[in-house]
Design a protein around this ligand. Structure first.
Ligand code: ZN
Ligand code: ZN
Length: 213
């Protein structure tokens, strides 16, 4: 599996570029900004990007959707409960970003694929399995590929996502982490939307916001 992580935008979102080594089909998780920088890596790795997946619809995770969809002709995928965020600047937080920093990301393209719990996407020989992990936003998802889980702003290394945004809910967030993410094998690597990677085992033992059990 090809896996490239790069930091994009003013608040350093982790954007992940993933590809199947054999077929060179690929997907991009959370292109929050810096579309050209992302495109350079896609080209360098010779990937044919099929999907752009947003772990949720905050601007720092969706800002380069438009540029990359148009450039790569890829399908934008987002959980059905976050689709309403794309057209609402208060929900997607773009209302709070100065206009000159928004670039040409607006309007956000309507998604091609609405995801649900247990949706699956195929990228060459890889399979991306969708887990609904709401609470930071109602349509927050985590994406399991191989022994990796991309957790967006649900679970971070040693922390969890903010729940002071519109439609966020802390209890929902913690329940999703406990009942879905912490049920994954302990050696699965956690790739969050911001900050360093971790493992499911380490977060189960040490994350102070989730608690044991
Ligand atoms: Zn967020
Ligand atoms: Zn974020």
């Amino acid at each position: 599996m090809i896996l490239e992580k790069l930091l994009v935008g003013a608040i350093e979102t982790n954007c992940y570029i993933i590809g199947c080594e054999r077929t060179l089909e690929g997907l991009i998780i959370d292109p929050g900004a810096d579309g050209e920088k992302i495109l350079k890596i896609v080209k360098a790795k010779n990937l044919n990007i099929k999907y752009i997946i947003n772990t949720h619809a905050h601007i720092d995770h969706i800002g380069a959707n438009k540029y990359l969809k148009e450039t790569l002709n890829a399908e934008v995928c987002i959980h059905e409960e976050d689709i309403k965020f794309l057209k609402n600047p208060v929900l997607n937080l773009s209302a709070f970003v100065p206009q000159d920093l928004q670039g040409d990301c607006l309007p956000f393209p309507h998604p091609d694929i609405a995801l649900n719990e247990d949706s699956q996407l195929k990228i060459g020989n890889l399979k991306a399995l969708i887990l609904h992990t709401p609470g930071h936003t109602p349509g927050g998802i985590s994406i399991v590929i191989d022994k990796c889980v991309f957790t967006g702003d649900a679970l971070f290394s040693g922390s969890i996502g903010r729940t002071d945004f519109p439609l966020a809910d802390e209890t929902t967030l913690i329940n999703g982490i406990k009942n879905k993410l912490f049920k994954l094998p302990e050696d699965f690597i956690v790739y969050p939307g911001h900050g360093a990677s971790s493992t499911i085992g380490k977060e189960k033992r040490e994350n102070p916001y989730v608690g044991k059990g």
